[in-house]
Design a protein around this ligand. Structure first.
Ligand SMILES: C[S@@+](CC[C@H](N)C(=O)[O-])C[C@H]1O[C@@H](n2cnc3c(N)ncnc32)[C@H](O)[C@@H]1O
Length: 274
């Protein structure tokens, strides 16, 4: 069978995350953790809820849900993430599994969460249909993704990459196939949830300032995390050094007197019911 564009996208995501759990945990995980309390509230996770956290990464959502007294199952496509999540949430059932096919029966969970995961799958609509399938009738799904256009802190690395004249390597996908893509705004995400058969979809924009040292903020891309990191790592040493030089220069816009960056971010938080 020939490989479709979305298969290629998913394969490139698998390679992108492979072996990078510790680097992610030391960089972007702290950024993504910001949304966790609101995400758990949106999915109505409380004592005794049966929760599935998909794309759990180092287990930030899973651990917070366990602390609320939920009974947690968590999955991630990347085995090194599963190892970290199992340590972060020792009472959770943590396994390797990948959207769009989850190894659970219909209606198993009261709640499903996916924190900054739907923006990493080749077929977001199909992924949502699968999240809906494993929810019990009336159960709640809570999701976050990055908003487009990005806020200034999110745009910093892209500006440095562009200023350095870096070119996208052929192995990195340009984006989703048009038939799989959707607008990364409140209407776009709630529309996708409705189209997946979910109901009462509501979406809001979260805005916050992430504070990080410049070297911590650089450590994610330097380790190849996410699309920007893959762009950095696939350049020649000369272009990589140029990106870093522009990054250092542009970072000054966000730095306080101690050199700590204040980076504005915007994300979409959505919830819906089965
Ligand atoms: C940006 S990280 C978010 C991790 C975590 N939810 C958090 O809040 O820090 C994206 C995660 O999604 C996982 N992932 C990407 N595609 C996936 C898929 N198709 N199925 C399951 N997990 C996936 C990655 O391995 C990675 O751990």
């Amino acid at each position: 069978m020939s490989m479709t564009g979305s298969d290629r996208y998913d394969r490139s995501e698998r390679l992108m995350w492979a072996g990078r759990a510790i680097a992610y945990a030391g960089s972007y995980a702290r950024l993504c953790a910001h949304a966790v309390p609101q995400l758990l509230d949106a999915a109505e996770v409380g004592p005794g809820s049966w929760l599935l956290d998909v794309g759990t990464g180092p287990g930030t959502v899973a651990a917070a849900a366990c602390a609320r007294g939920a009974k947690v199952t968590a999955v991630d496509a990347e085995p090194t993430m599963v190892d970290l999540a199992a340590r972060a949430a020792p009472t959770a059932d943590v396994r390797v599994a990948a959207l769009p096919e989850l190894p659970f029966s219909d209606g198993e969970f009261d709640a499903v969460t996916a924190n900054f995961v739907l923006n990493h799958v080749g077929r977001p609509g199909l992924a949502l249909t699968e999240l809906r399938r494993v929810l019990r009738p009336g159960g709640c799904v809570g999701l976050t993704i990055w908003a487009v256009p990005p806020d200034a802190g999110q745009a910093l690395l892209g500006r440095a990459i562009q200023a350095a004249g870096a070119v996208r390597p052929p192995h990195l996908p340009t984006g989703l196939a048009p038939e799989d893509d959707f607008p990364r705004d409140e209407n776009g995400l709630s529309g996708l949830m409705n189209a997946a058969g979910l109901r009462d979809a509501v979406c809001e924009t979260l805005r916050w300032n992430h504070r990080a040292g410049a070297e911590e903020w650089w450590s994610g891309p330097a380790a190849g995390i996410a699309f920007g990191g893959q762009m950095v790592q696939s350049q020649t040493p000369r272009v990589r050094a140029e990106i870093k030089r522009h990054f250092d220069h542009l970072s000054a816009e966000f730095a306080d007197e101690d050199g700590v960056l204040t980076l504005p971010h915007a994300a979409l938080l959505a919830r819906a019911r089965r």
